[in-house]
Design a protein around this ligand. Structure first.
Ligand code: PXG
Length: 461
């Protein structure tokens, strides 16, 4: 058979892709007609496609390439580990050096008493672990009726059966019989879209108190845990009002339910601290991590678990695990990634220098006639597109139409900036420089201008 290379003609690459490759979250027939964009190499914050275009990656891949592309040290760590011990499992009373080192390093970095690590290969798998772990925890504590997990509409926790059920994405629930029983969704703290006439602070409190209402309705002795992203990512970078998390903290404490912070996007410097939980001042019982843990160089995820939860789980046999839990190559690469993040002061530089710079520039996008609000925390931000800033009105066109047009303009201007409905989002590599931030903002502005002109010309309102 033919093996194509990054230098093969784009049309050939696209044709073979269309013939055999089924893409996630895509209408593959449509994609085949259009032809997928083929990314062939990358360096720093820049992607190169098969036509030789250089594209500024405003999304760090899928929110994960925190240290940027092309770091030789990670390739070396992988090569060394593959030669020394390419695989062994961590089941049945065995361990290996990369997994124990990474577990210890994560315990050191994670806040409070989160000192124990259960490895997975992705965020979805780690959340599946969490689902089973918190239910097993209460079972072992002699409260087997505590099984319900509360989560939020428009939260994202993965797309496996368990994690897709925990998430609140209606498109995921609509396929394959999700959600599984015992998961209850409450409203999200998304003031721009759902806050009506309330102030953001009033709305944040109201949405937090939906947790308390849900606990009372379900029965406080039946609720196992609440899971949430400190800041929703895939839902559109929804930075909650300041009133939200303090009230959630009060409620989980008062009712003694476990708090799972899904740090898959927020973790490893994205918000300007090592974890979003630190930025938002929350102390979870379990954190889900993935993505930035290896900067996406290897597939790895984990549940970082408190002393108390680990003590209960460790006292029984937890019938759970993946062939590649704690894969030695992934662990070695993650360790090297964490070393670089720390030794090069990348998280500190984000917090002290580049995130404040980005914030100022990003917020200036609200001067554009189509941009209603800009929300940003560290290196994750979103802008709301609207035809009327004062009323926060949506466009008359189907939700996402204008966002899609804007996203296409960004692509044409060699900027990866995603849309979620009619919100445009960014999450660049943490190593983005000030001059690259200038380029990102210039291209975003230009793309907004072009999209604005296009929707007027096409009569979209
Ligand atoms: N939790 C959160 C908070 C996530 O953002 C997952 C769990 C699942 O991780 P895995 O590794 O199983 O994908 C995620 C993943 C998007 C997009 O379009 C976001 C994610 C994945 C794919 C697409 O924004 N987040």
């Amino acid at each position: 058979m033919t093996i194509l290379t990054p230098n093969s003609p784009t049309a050939e690459l696209q044709a073979m892709d269309a013939a055999h490759h089924m893409h996630p979250f895509s209408t593959n027939d449509d994609l085949a007609k259009k032809g997928a964009r083929v990314i062939t190499r990358a360096e720093g914050c820049w992607l190169t496609d098969s036509d030789g275009n250089r594209i500024l990656d405003g999304m760090a891949g899928l929110w994960c390439v925190n240290i940027g592309y092309g770091r030789r040290e990670l390739a070396d760590a992988a090569a060394l580990q593959i030669q020394e011990l390419p695989y062994y499992n961590t089941f049945f009373q065995t361990t290996h050096v990369p997994s124990l080192n990474l577990a210890a390093r994560l315990a050191e970095l994670a806040p409070g008493d989160l000192n124990h690590v259960f490895f997975a290969c992705s965020g979805s798998e780690a959340n599946d672990t969490n689902l089973r772990m918190v239910r097993t925890y209460w079972h072992e504590k002699g409260q087997p009726e505590r099984q319900v997990i509360i989560s939020r509409w428009n939260g994202y926790h993965g797309s496996s059966v368990g994690s897709g059920s925990l998430g609140g994405m209606k498109g995921i629930h609509a396929q394959g019989g999700l959600p599984i029983p015992g998961i209850h969704h409450i409203g999200q703290p998304h003031w721009w879209a759902e806050g009506g006439d309330m102030t953001p602070e009033e709305f944040g409190l109201m949405r937090a108190r939906e947790l308390e209402q849900a606990i009372q309705e379900i029965g406080p002795d039946k609720v196992a845990a609440f899971i949430a992203e400190p800041i929703q990512g895939a839902g559109g970078v929804i930075v909650p009002p300041d009133s939200y998390w303090p009230e959630i903290k009060r409620i989980v404490k008062e009712y003694g339910i476990l708090l799972i912070a899904d740090e898959v996007i927020c973790g490893f410097g994205r918000t300007g601290q090592w974890f979003g939980s630190q930025t938002l001042d929350i102390q979870p019982d379990i954190m889900t991590v993935a993505k930035g843990l290896s900067s996406g160089y290897q597939p790895i995820g984990a549940s970082i678990v408190s002393d108390e939860v680990a003590a209960v789980i460790d006292a029984t046999e937890f019938n759970h695990g993946y062939t590649y839990s704690g894969h030695p190559v992934a662990c070695a690469v993650a360790l090297e990634n964490l070393r670089i993040l720390e030794e090069e002061g990348i998280v500190d530089r984000v917090r002290e220098e580049t995130a404040p710079y980005l914030k100022q520039k990003f917020e200036s996008l609200t001067d554009h006639p189509m941009v209603g609000e800009a929300k940003i925390a560290g290196m994750m931000g979103s802008i709301a597109l609207t035809p009327d800033k004062a009323s926060r009105a949506p466009f008359k066109a189907e939700a996402g139409t204008v966002g899609y047009v804007t996203r296409e303009r960004c692509f044409a201007n060699n900027l990866i900036m995603r849309h979620v409905g009619d919100r445009m989002i960014i999450s660049p590599p943490l190593v983005i420089s000030k001059s690259e931030i200038d380029t990102l903002i210039e291209r975003a502005w230009q793309s907004l201008d072009e999209a604005h002109a296009q929707i007027k010309a096409e009569g979209i309102s």
